[in-house]
Design a protein. Structure first.
Length: 364
């Protein structure tokens, strides 16, 4: 076992100890000797246990529709946009606009995609390389009314309006799907939506400007029915589990969702596509460890640190994790685990990633 602890915030002492333990190479995974039967396991909705300095008051997040019989060993490859198709599509959308800025750069090194970017005087911009970014001038105003909290999520008030009169969520999503199809994408996965009636956006913009949260550079003022919109947040789904990538921030936050789309009655106003994968399933089944074994691994990693810290495990999300390895990626079921470290210096939340098959920590 590699005795490392990954996290956003850990104490200097913990970091030093982690480095020391890694160099010492102490121990192997406690589950290398496991001879557990290869069978499906049940996961509780919560897990409560105390193991020395580690306390589990843990919410387990497992999709209701998840079927372990679907788990097969899988590889992934990051989808690279069809540059010619994407350029042609978005250049048609900016016809009649005045180009203010343009870059058409060759690949930085062999195997990399080129980089293409356009910004118009009217505020429309798009960039394409190994990802796609698109925003209209109106998309700029929408961004101005989306105020994320300190955790990178849109507050509850953004979820209060669950419909837009005369412009349904399904209708908006169909527009997005047509746009995606035009550039060679067919995206499936977990989808969350935020309704943005124009009345809400206008009121929110005014409130933000009065409270110093909008500096006026993205102030629309008058919003009409044409500005009714929906904001979609998506993650890919593989074998019934959400897909997380090594290069996408692991907190399940709105602002870091790899696939985001904003659609108004006019059409798609904003598009963000990053770390989208094509998957290749094998024929060999994958079996998961009981969560109790995962908890033992988490406890051992933290208890072996020579500190006085106490740890609380608050949440564990079962997902498919895609670490990078050259051009091909080996996908593994994993637990994204939220831990809170408490000591005399303060409180430090961090995240661990634990292989759901072997119990080993995945080091990013």
């Amino acid at each position: 076992m590699k005795d490392n602890v990954s996290g956003k915030n850990v104490t200097i002492v913990s970091v030093c100890l982690i480095t020391l333990l890694t160099l010492m190479g102490c121990g192997n995974s406690p589950f290398e000797k496991n001879n557990l039967p290869k069978e499906n396991v049940e996961f509780p909705s919560t897990y409560e246990k105390e193991i020395e300095r580690v306390t589990f008051h843990t919410q387990l997040v497992v999709p209701e529709e998840f079927d372990q019989d679907m788990l097969m060993k899988t590889t992934a490859r990051k989808k690279i946009p069809d540059m010619d198709k994407v350029k042609k599509h978005f250049e048609e959308k900016i016809q009649g606009q005045t180009v203010k800025e343009k870059f058409d750069d060759p690949p930085e090194k062999k195997g990399d995609p080129p980089y293409y970017h356009i910004l118009t005087e009217e505020g429309t911009s798009f960039s394409v390389s190994d990802s796609i970014r698109f925003s209209t001038g109106n998309g700029h105003f929408f961004k101005g009314v989306l105020l994320y909290d300190d955790n990178g999520n849109l507050p509850e008030e953004y979820s209060e309006a669950r419909e837009v009169p005369g412009f349904s969520e399904d209708k908006a999503w169909k527009i997005v799907e047509e746009e995606l199809s035009a550039i060679g994408y067919e995206i499936e996965g977990e989808r969350r939506s935020i309704a943005l009636p124009h009345t809400f956006s206008e009121e929110k913009e005014y409130w933000l400007s009065q409270n110093g949260e909008n500096d006026g550079t993205a102030y629309k003022g008058e919003w009409t029915e044409e500005d009714d919109g929906w904001y979609f947040f998506m993650r890919q789904n593989l074998q019934g589990l959400p897909v997380y990538s090594q290069y996408v921030y692991l907190d399940n936050t709105d602002i870091d969702t790899p696939l985001r789309f904003l659609c108004s009655r006019r059409g798609v106003e904003e598009m963000h596509i990053d770390y989208y994968f094509d998957f290749q399933e094998g024929e060999e089944r994958t079996y998961l460890l009981p969560f109790e074994k995962i908890a033992e691994a988490v406890a051992e990693r933290n208890n072996e640190l020579l500190t006085e810290s106490e740890y609380e495990v608050s949440k564990a999300v079962l997902c498919q994790f895609v670490p990078q390895k050259d051009k091909d990626y080996k996908v593994t079921p994993a637990w994204i685990i939220d831990v809170i470290e408490t000591n005399e210096e303060g409180v430090y939340p961090f995240t661990m990633i634990v292989n759901a098959v072997t119990g080993e920590e995945i080091i990013r």
